[in-house]
Design a protein around this ligand. Structure first.
Ligand SMILES: [Zn+2]
Length: 113
């Protein structure tokens, strides 16, 4: 695996003001993914990235479990599996749209707009 296939560690750094823990979590995922690519003999970047995403989804869902109060306003937006999925997809879409890797010069529709 050549180094240029690793995601730069400074990705996202300092671009916005994130809540405490947010930037550290991004760094941990990127560094963890790069470490896996470097330490495996024949790493598959897609498998590593999908594994990181799976772990992130599980962690996100774990963090969004509603409390026992059925009238809790804080938990209202995550009170059902469907609501949680909607919130999760909304966040994923936002991160895609903010990513410098979302559109690439090699996109099959690049330049056709
Ligand atoms: Zn609650």
């Amino acid at each position: 695996m050549s180094y240029d296939q690793l995601l730069p560690d400074e990705f996202f750094t300092g671009e916005d003001e994130y809540p405490e823990g947010f930037q550290e979590a991004i760094d941990a995922v990127i560094k963890g993914g790069n470490r896996l690519l470097e330490s495996n003999e024949e790493p598959d970047a897609w498998d590593v990235a999908s594994g990181l995403l799976a772990g992130a989804v599980h962690f996100w869902l774990f963090s969004r479990q509603p409390c026992a109060d059925p009238l809790c306003e804080t938990c209202a937006s995550v009170a059902t599996a469907e609501l949680r999925l909607g919130r999760l997809l909304e966040e994923v879409k936002q991160h895609c749209e903010e990513s410098e890797y979302f559109h690439t010069p090699l996109d099959r529709n690049a330049g056709s707009a």
